[in-house]
Design a protein around this ligand. Structure first.
Ligand SMILES: *Cc1c(COP(=O)(O)O)cnc(C)c1O
Length: 388
């Protein structure tokens, strides 16, 4: 063993995916963390409380997962939640009534709904901006601004935010920075290395990777943010259950292998679609004409597995969705099987039509999350569906 592999922090990503604190059970030597299906823990000595005392406050299986995601993101402390929205809503509770937050305009539909229908009632105010334009971000600053929430690439039009630029400006103004890293995963993008305070995930997507677990993760960059998130996770009770924690770790071990395969296929698909006569427009950060490509390449090691494209009208989009035979036609993304979704009627149905169109989410836009099938089969299937 070389010194390089002896130090946990110096290990390469693929190795960290398999060798983390909970990878082997210390007491039995089992090849995975045990599922500790318990709500509470016995106090052997009343003067000396056990490390874990109640599963909402801490559970050994969940803790293994929390340490795992902190290692992968290079953060101080990780947290596991019942869903991506549980993670995101808990993180927004770092704010107080009267605070203002600046948010990526084409943010995930559920985050948009949280901000506009729930947090608005708590008197937390939001300004949505095109975060690809730093001048718009700066112009949104108010005396009560406390945080900036980024999502890059954004969903579903895959716009790119310059993470280091926005974060440096936010820090200069004493603002907390949060970033939804669902599309890239820590394999491709590690926002904490670029100065972000809180990284969030819908682990339901690429991290879990098998369309069989709903989960969310958060990673705090520093001790103080970690302490505050811990208080919120315990106080709100938005925790992930032990079975789900185990299942998520199970999926995460193959993250790099899955991301590499899917990304290679997505690049081929985007290139093919961009030359297809039935397709009006393709959104993929790896395409040469993508306006955010250079910034994305500076801050990420890959383009990801999601390709959005516009077939021109709602009628044509619906025909395509009815004719494809291989992908799941569903909400969600980031799984072993390809998933084709229709933002206008699925993930972004909650958004008013004018707002949706303004954000480029047209009636003809579909989003393809490329799985592990043979890409030639996926393209042949799309070809027959596009030709109608
Ligand atoms: C799916 C998704 C979420 C929400 O996660 P859930 O696990 O469904 O609660 C948040 N952000 C992004 C980018 C997503 O794709």
């Amino acid at each position: 063993m070389s010194e390089m592999t002896g130090n946990e922090d110096n290990r390469r990503f693929a190795t960290k995916l398999l060798h983390f604190a909970g990878a082997i059970d210390e007491t039995s030597g089992a090849s995975s963390t045990p599922i500790i299906q318990a709500s509470t823990f016995h106090h052997h000595d009343i003067h000396n409380p056990p490390e874990f005392d109640y599963s909402r406050s801490g559970n050994p299986t969940r803790e293994a997962l929390e340490q795992y995601i902190a290692l992968l993101e290079g953060g101080h402390r990780g947290f596991a939640f019942a869903s991506g929205m549980a993670a995101i809503s808990t993180a927004f509770m770092l704010l107080s009534a009267g605070d203002h937050v600046i948010v990526t305009e084409d943010v995930y539909g559920g985050t948009y709904r949280l901000l506009t229908t729930i947090l608005s009632r708590m008197n937390i105010e939001t300004t949505f901006v095109d975060m690809t334009d730093i001048e718009q971000v700066k112009a949104a600053l108010k005396p009560n601004t406390k945080a900036v929430f980024m999502e890059t690439p954004s969903n579903p039009t895959l716009k790119i935010t310059d993470i280091a630029e926005v974060t440096a400006w936010a820090k200069g103004n004493g603002l907390l920075t949060m970033l939804d890293n669902t599309f890239m995963t820590p394999y491709h993008q590690r926002p904490i290395e670029l100065g972000v305070d809180v990284v969030l995930h819908s682990a339901t997507k690429f991290l879990g990777g098998h369309s069989d677990v709903l989960a969310g993760l958060a990673v705090a960059a520093d001790e103080d943010t970690g302490r505050r998130l811990k208080q919120l996770q315990n106080g709100l009770g938005t925790v992930l259950a032990p079975q789900e924690s185990w299942l998520l770790m199970r999926g995460m071990k193959t993250l790099q292998a899955r991301m590499e395969h899917s990304e290679r296929s997505a690049r081929k698909l985007a290139d093919w679609l961009s030359r297809h006569p039935e397709v009006e427009r393709v959104y993929y950060p790896g395409l040469p004409d993508h306006p955010g490509r250079a910034i994305h390449e500076r801050q990420s090691s890959g383009y990801g597995a999601v390709v959005s494209f516009d077939v021109g009208s709602g009628e044509r989009a619906k025909r395509l969705l009815n004719k494809v035979k291989l992908p799941l036609v569903a909400v969600s993304l980031g799984a072993v099987e390809s998933i084709l979704s229709y933002p206008a009627m699925m993930s972004h149905a909650a958004m008013p039509k004018e707002v949706r169109l303004e954000r480029g989410i047209t009636d003809g836009l579909v989003r393809y999350s490329v799985g592990l099938e043979d890409i030639e089969d996926l393209m042949e299937d799309l070809e027959q569906a596009l030709r109608g």
